[in-house]
Write a protein that binds this ligand. Structure first.
Ligand code: NAD
Length: 414
């Protein structure tokens, strides 16, 4: 999606599904707008004694089904348009697996690689002071996103609890386990994607050992997805990250690659392989399943026609543009949309919120069992909806989730 029209794309998708499910005009008008958007300016004392002011945002789209929920990203390109678009997608994502939240998203326009740890801590605490009145366990529950992590969540929950005068763990999720984080949260998005891969395989009669998979991105999502799929016997033939990629038709030993990159600190292209591939040609490999798990907008109208995979599982947010969607559908490629495929992360964040409120903590096995139940149910409902509406899986999934939100609005009489 082009940077400046991500929000417009989100609204176009809503209008497209609204026609399919015959949504009332007033509901479309309501869901095209946000409940609230906030811009904050945060002064931070830098290590050299000067003060810099950073701009941050929080967009709260719709809370008809429960408190707002969504991550916080730190990146130079963060702006209001981006967080507004991402918060709309969060509304649909929470509805897909049926977790009781609405959509939100936030962020700060900053390149965190240019800040020291102390500067990031002061910035993160400043952001929480600026938005404290608008978040809380029953209001809006932030979490990490691009370039934020459990340490940043720890500083944020500490700052929020100080403001409130009591420990408030259920206000922020994906915290460290020591501070009330959930077992299984780190790998939850990748694991959720593998549950989707399993269901897709059953539906399409794919046998894991003959199913060749290419994964773009080897960070949190891509590495856990690739490892867990590999451990289930799927054949991972290509993997890339920002430094390039590798292709091997015999299959890549993903555990060894994780050690190579994360323990031995070597770059991906130094790993034993049949040949190197760049990020562009990885997308065009003749594999069974293509898994974009890095960044948005990698499949566009310019390369959609060159995609040779039979299936796409969108683990990144927004990897396929709306124009490319039409081309992929014409080619008969089945794409499992991001709002379904990568919903494992927010689902385990929901489990964390439940555990924080109960003060009772689940085992990793319990977390994984509950996640599997919700992901399998969501996939099968989305597939049924796609079949009965005779549309593609993105619209089939949207039909389901947008209807849940619209029904909640209708029942509440908003
Ligand atoms: P990450 O920062 O841990 O990893 C990103 C990976 O992509 C890295 O391997 C990086 O080298 C690679 N990469 C970066 N730029 C690239 C480029 N231009 N070309 C190819 N590879 C590139 O991030 P993550 O948490 O794994 O998130 C990946 C995607 O999944 C994002 O779209 C994110 O919004 C989405 N997502 C993440 C979660 C989660 O729980 N982490 C949940 C839902 C969706």
């Amino acid at each position: 999606m082009e940077k400046n029209n991500a929000y417009q794309n989100a609204i176009e998708q809503l209008e497209k599904v609204a026609k399919i499910i015959k949504l009332k005009e007033s509901t479309v008008a309501r869901l095209s707008k946000h409940d609230r958007v906030l811009e904050v300016n945060i002064p931070v004392v830098m290590d050299d004694g000067t003060t810099k002011v950073f701009t941050g945002y929080r967009a709260q789209h719709c809370n008809a089904r429960g408190p707002y929920k969504g991550g916080l990203r730190y990146a130079p390109q963060v702006d209001l348009n981006e967080v507004k678009a991402l918060s709309v997608w969060m509304t649909w994502k929470c509805a897909v697996t049926g977790i009781p939240y609405g959509g939100a998203k936030g962020g700060i326009t900053v390149d965190p690689t240019k800040l020291s740890i102390g500067e990031i801590e002061r910035l993160s605490r400043g952001y929480i002071r600026a938005v404290a009145d608008l978040i809380g366990p029953d209001i809006d529950v932030p979490a990490p996103d691009m370039n934020t992590n459990s340490q940043i969540m720890a500083w944020m929950i500490d700052e929020y609890s100080k403001i409130k005068g009591s420990w408030q763990p259920a206000t922020i999720t994906a915290k460290p386990i020591e501070l009330g984080g959930s077992q299984g949260r780190t790998e939850a998005t990748g694991l959720g994607g593998v549950f989707i891969l399993n269901e897709l395989s059953k539906l399409q009669g794919l046998s894991p050992k003959d199913t060749e998979i290419a994964v773009q991105g080897f960070g949190n999502v891509g590495s856990h997805f690739a490892r867990l799929a590999y451990e289930k016997g799927f054949k991972i033939v290509a993997i890339s990250d920002i430094n390039g990629g590798i292709y091997d038709r015999k299959g890549i030993d993903v555990n060894k690659l994780i050690k190579h990159i994360y323990e031995d600190k070597k770059i991906i292209t130094e790993f034993a392989k049949e040949k190197e591939v760049d990020n562009k040609s990885l997308l065009e490999l003749p594999v069974s399943v293509l898994v974009p798990a890095a960044i948005e907008n990698v499949i566009t109208k310019d390369n959609a026609d060159s995609i040779n995979a039979k299936y796409i599982i969108e683990m990144a947010n927004g990897p396929v543009t709306p124009e490319a969607d039409y081309i992929l559908a014409d080619k008969g490629i089945l794409s499992v949309p991001d709002v379904l495929a990568n919903s494992g992360g927010v689902t385990v964040s929901y489990f964390e919120w439940v555990q924080n409120r109960q003060g009772y903590y689940w085992s990793k096995e319990e977390v994984e069992k509950q996640l599997q139940g919700l992901m399998v149910k969501a996939f099968n409902e989305a597939h049924q909806s796609t079949k009965s509406l005779g549309t593609d899986m993105r619209m089939g999934t949207y039909a389901l989730s947008v209807k849940k939100v619209a029904d909640a609005l209708e029942l509440r009489g908003i």
